[in-house]
Design a protein around this ligand. Structure first.
Ligand SMILES: Cc1cc2nc3c(=O)[nH]c(=O)nc-3n(C[C@H](O)[C@H](O)[C@H](O)COP(=O)(O)OP(=O)(O)OC[C@H]3O[C@@H](n4cnc5c(N)ncnc54)[C@H](O)[C@@H]3O)c2cc1C
Length: 512
């Protein structure tokens, strides 16, 4: 059942077993998993079924670090940011969960294997194809679609699969409406999560509408699922008992904010024989019941040996190369690949004739790269207030020279791989600069602000996604990520929500 919070009488108190705050990918996945189970569920969503500028404005705030848009990078209505996500899906790699001694603050309290069964179910929820992300044989189709045979063991091909993209709010509205045990309150904003006087247990949620209604929800158990930035803001705003905010005894809430910095055309790849490039590198390709795209990633052996963080590289667009190609004059700041310049070789082989024959193709690249967890990159509360009277978000996104250097070194590894192969060459275009104080782009991926760690001094939640020190408050979403990996976050956060659902159901079976 759906109820418009603006129709709820002032002062109403709603008793429930489970309250889920936020109906995005995480909140909807959790609500569906509880459908028709022996527990009452109250799903509280800030927006209605459509975009509304006044509700969206509740996401505005200040950006004081690397410039970032708090408003354009998320949507505040039923379905959340899946109302405009791109549907790129890929699980993290096992190495992403490990403690890597060269990555400060790395190491999740769970492993890839803990999440694997949930990843497979998440694939179904996001309407993605078969779970064959690293299976070259599967996508090669008997060798017809072979990946590029890059030697050297540093760079490898892996595959993204695409969700249609699933609009969670559209697809799952009916089953959530039909579930007898779920009531969804729309246009209803949680204003504060209020704990008992000793702050060890959530007692009630204060809820308000933009039309001025105020009511309360009294749950046995609460799951906060308002998105990777808003989860931290909600905990910081819940400060009537604990002045520093809930779950924030060690000043970790809001810290370690991570994105996937994107760089357009960090390198260009020139190939002498474009026929070897399987179409799935260049565009979405339908294969074996899935829509897929191949990317270049870096092998675990390389990441360990060179002490690097990951990068995902896409291939796009191509242009024919002729002997009179003057690409090297187009971008004077570009730096040559480390490998022999294939164009020069081709030019001299053809006698440097103008309007000569087509000698190969140029490919642009795009990339998303891993940012190291950094406690100084953070979400805090701004002094400015939103229309509900709550402090807006202040975001201080920090990127470091080490993050930049890491990307550069990965591009050099890509250049080495193509150079060793002998069929192409890579020109690195990513500029050498001391500082990374502006982002060329980002993924709208908000990670790390309520990170997972078994140590309350290093994380906000434990391995079960429960807030340290509070017995009935859980968090869902990419704010849980201890490290960000390089892949888009939604498949992982849906898998984590399914794992949390199992834990919550076991908790209820034992008696909360
Ligand atoms: C343009 C764009 C493209 C993207 N493309 C991809 C992609 O290709 N692949 C990928 O993996 N990810 C992608 N993402 C990211 C993806 O959309 C998010 O990872 C995902 O939606 C996060 O799910 P969530 O449930 O944690 O948060 P959200 O989807 O943000 O949902 C949070 C919900 O909480 C509600 N809410 C907020 N505050 C309150 C409150 N106080 N009270 C009640 N309700 C509240 C909001 O209205 C919203 O419905 C993209 C994002 C954007 C913006």
């Amino acid at each position: 059942m759906f109820i418009d919070g603006r129709q709820v009488p002032d002062g109403t108190i709603i008793d429930t077993d489970i309250a889920i705050i936020g109906a995005g990918a995480a909140g909807i996945t959790l609500a569906r998993s509880f459908a028709d189970k022996a527990m009452t569920v109250t799903l509280i969503e800030s927006g209605g079924f459509d975009f509304d500028p006044e509700t969206q404005a509740l996401y505005e705030g200040e950006s004081v670090g690397v410039p970032y848009s708090l408003d354009a990078s998320r949507l505040r209505y039923f379905g959340g940011s899946t109302n405009h996500w791109g549907g790129w899906c890929r699980p993290m790699q096992p190495i992403d969960f490990e403690k890597r001694d060269w990555v400060p603050h790395s190491g999740w309290p769970i492993t890839y294997d803990d999440l694997l069964p949930y990843y497979e179910r998440a694939n179904e929820i996001a309407q993605v194809g078969p779970f064959q992300y690293n299976n070259a044989e599967w996508w090669s189709d008997g060798g017809k679609n072979a990946p590029l045979p890059l030697p050297g063991g540093e760079v490898t091909t892996r595959w993204f699969e695409y969700s249609p993209p699933t609009r969670f709010g559209w697809l799952y509205r009916k089953p959530i409406d039909a579930a007898k045990n779920i009531t969804t309150y729309l246009n209803s904003n949680v204003l504060e999560i209020v704990p008992t006087a000793d702050a060890s247990h959530v007692e009630r949620l204060r809820v308000g509408t933009l039309s001025g209604k105020r009511f309360e929800v009294t749950p046995k158990l609460v799951i906060l699922a308002t998105g990777g930035i808003e989860n931290a803001r909600m905990l910081l705003l819940s400060n009537s008992v604990e002045k520093k905010g809930l779950g924030n005894s060690h000043d970790v809430v809001g810290r370690y904010f991570m994105e996937h910095p994107h760089v357009d055309r960090p390198a260009e790849i020139l190939l002498t024989d474009p026929s070897v490039v399987t179409p799935y590198y260049k565009t979405y390709t339908k294969l074996n019941g899935a829509s897929i795209r191949a990317v270049f990633m870096f092998t675990d052996e390389y990441l360990r040996a060179q002490r690097r963080l990951g990068t995902v590289m896409t291939f796009y667009e191509s242009k024919e190369i002729r002997t009179d190609d003057n690409y090297d004059k187009e971008d004077p700041v570009s730096q040559r690949s480390l490998e022999p310049d294939i164009l020069q070789l081709m030019r001299s082989a053809s006698g440097n004739k103008a309007d000569g024959p087509v000698l190969g193709k140029r490919y642009g690249t795009g990339c998303a790269t891993e940012q190291a967890p950094n406690p100084l990159s953070r979400i805090t509360l701004s002094g400015k207030k939103d229309a509900l009277g709550l402090n807006q978000t202040k975001i201080d996104w920090r990127l470091t020279n080490a993050d930049r250097d890491n990307l550069r070194k990965n591009l050099e590894a890509l250049a080495r791989a193509f150079g060793q192969w002998g069929n192409g060459t890579v020109r690195i275009l990513f500029k050498d600069k001391d500082k990374w104080d502006e982002a060329e782009g980002w993924g709208n991926h908000h990670m790390g602000t309520t990170r997972m760690s078994s140590d309350p001094r290093k994380g906000v939640v434990d391995a079960n996604c429960k807030v340290h020190g509070i017995d009935n408050l859980y968090v869902a979403g990419s704010s849980l990520f201890t490290t960000s990996a390089t892949v888009n976050p939604t498949l992982t956060l849906v898998a984590l929500a399914l794992r949390l659902s199992d834990h919550v159901q076991q908790t209820f079976t034992r008696g909360v």
